[in-house]
Structure formats: structure tokens, C-alpha cells
Design a protein around this ligand. Structure first.
Ligand code: AP5
Length: 219
């Protein structure tokens, strides 16, 4: 099963993609996580990407495509994956289609999580992430049992560098610039599902599962 999860920053893409990955036993491929990991390793790609990420701008297509193409070749992605935050431009969407069609594969469902800017700012400013396993929390909406430690692995929780109101506003502006043509692209293909992601995590999860199961029955 090959799925993609789109939506503005803080809409809950990572939270929902992680749950789907556990449910279906396929990897979550988050371009944001891949780029942050590359930056942590001080690779040339990572260091260049960091300059854009810090300012809330999109990383150039060729860098993102390089990193995501490599990841999709790994063994665990052979049976499928959930793309989280990718594609974000038409160039990325077309390149993805080319990669998949060269293997006789295609994306089955693209889900876009829709939430107001006001909710997004609240979600992002309270987000905490585990340094060790990447699990996500929110200080109010999904708090860890211990304020500074991950429920799953006891790892230390931290706040992402780009999780501040100024950068979030820039990320929102950037999202608004690119999203319309991308949604039209997938609407035309008949694989787009729009999901109201303003409710609690469990409610959004039910909507996401319904969208995915709809695809599974018709596949
Ligand atoms: P990326 O890491 O993808 O960031 P983003 O798109 O801004 O999305 P976020 O990770 O901030 O949010 P999310 O939607 O995953 O929400 P989450 O589940 O964490 O990208 C970062 C940067 O990398 C970009 O700005 C860009 O520079 C670059 N980049 C990445 N991909 C790229 C690409 N393809 N092309 C070019 N550049 C790229 O949830 C947020 C918080 O809310 C959490 O605390 C969570 O617990 C909570 N929460 C989630 N759902 C709910 C709910 N329903 N109710 C209440 N709280 C909730």
C-alpha cells in the first residue's frame, strides 16, 4: 500500500502517519525527519537543507528528491510506505509518479489534513518530540506521563528548532503558495481524500482509516 499524507505544518501528518505505519506494518517516510537527520549528521545535503528549514522555506526539489528516492529503495519500503510531508510541489509529485511507474506501481491514496491556522499555531508551539525514537507529544493535547520523558522509550523530549511562531507563519505562507496545484493534480487522478483534522487525534485517526479503507476495497 502506497499512501501520502499532506497538510500544513502541525496538522498532524506525522502523528497520523506513524499510526498508519504501525497498523499496516509499512514505514513512515517523513521528508522533514530525513532532512533533519541529514543535518544532524552534517552531510552536505543536510547542511544545505538546514539553511532553508530554519527560515521555514521549502528545501529545493533536487535535494528532497535525492534523499527520498534513496529511502524508498530500502528493503522495508518494498511492500509500501506512507509518505509524510512529500510531495510538496508539482515537480516532486511528477518525479514520484515517474519513480513509481518505472516499477509498475502507483500511489493509491493521497490524504490532505485540513486545519485552521489558529489550531496549527497551538499544536506546533506545544509539540515535543522524543530524541531517541521520534515519538510525538503535545504538552496539552497529548501529554507524556512524565513532562520530559518519552512514554515509549524513556528518551528525552525536545522542541524542534523550527517550532516557533515566526517560522510557523513562514511555513504556513509557503504551504499556501504550493498546495493548490498539488491538490488539483491528485484530484484529477481521483485519489485525493480531504480530511477534517481539527478534532482530537482519535477522531482524525478514524477519518484517516475510513479514507484508507475506502481505497483498499476499491483497489
Ligand atoms: P516537516 O517536518 O514535514 O514539518 P511540517 O510540514 O511543517 O509539519 P510538522 O512536522 O510540523 O507537523 P505535522 O503535520 O507532522 O504535525 P504533528 O503530527 O507533528 O518539514 C519541516 C521542514 O522541512 C519544512 O518546513 C521544509 O523546510 C522541509 N521539507 C520537508 N519536506 C519537504 C518537501 N517535501 N519539500 C521541500 N521541503 C521539505 O503534530 C503537531 C503537534 O500537534 C504534535 O504535538 C501532536 O501531538 C499534536 N497533534 C497532532 N494531531 C492532533 C490533533 N488531532 N489534536 C490535537 N493535537 C494534535
Amino acid at each position: 500500500m502506497r499512501l501520502a499524507m499532506l497538510g500544513p505544518p502541525g496538522a498532524g501528518k506525522g502523528t497520523q502517519a506513524r499510526m498508519l505505519a504501525q497498523e499496516f506494518g509499512i514505514p513512515q517516510i517523513s521528508t522533514g525527519d530525513l532532512l533533519r537527520e541529514a543535518a544532524r549528521r552534517h552531510s552536505a545535503t543536510g547542511l544545505e537543507a538546514k539553511r532553508y528549514m530554519e527560515r521555514g522555506l521549502l528545501v529545493p526539489d533536487e535535494l528532497v528528491l535525492k534523499i527520498v528516492t534513496e529511502r524508498m529503495k530500502e528493503d522495508d519500503a518494498a511492500k509500501g510506505f506512507i509518505l509524510d510531508g512529500f510531495p510538496r510541489t508539482q515537480t516532486q509529485a511528477q518525479a514520484l509518479d515517474e519513480i513509481l511507474s518505472s516499477k509498475n506501481q502507483k500511489l493509491r491514496r493521497v490524504m490532505v489534513l485540513e486545519v485552521s491556522d489558529e489550531v496549527i499555531i497551538k499544536r506546533i508551539c506545544g509539540r515535543r518530540v522524543c530524541k531517541n525514537c521520534g515519538a510525538m507529544y503535545h504538552v496539552i493535547f497529548d501529554p507524556p506521563r512524565n513532562a520530559d520523558l518519552c512514554n515509549q522509550c524513556n528518551g528525552e523530549l525536545y522542541q524542534r528548532e523550527d517550532d516557533n511562531e515566526d517560522t510557523v507563519r513562514m511555513r504556513l505562507e509557503q504551504y499556501a503558495l504550493d498546495i493548490k496545484p498539488l491538490l488539483q493534480y491528485y484530484e484529477k487522478k481521483g485519489i485525493l481524500a480531504r480530511i477534517d483534522a481539527s478534532g482530537p487525534i482519535a477522531d482524525v485517526q478514524r477519518l484517516v482509516m475510513t479514507a484508507v479503507e475506502g481505497e483498499v476495497k476499491s483497489a
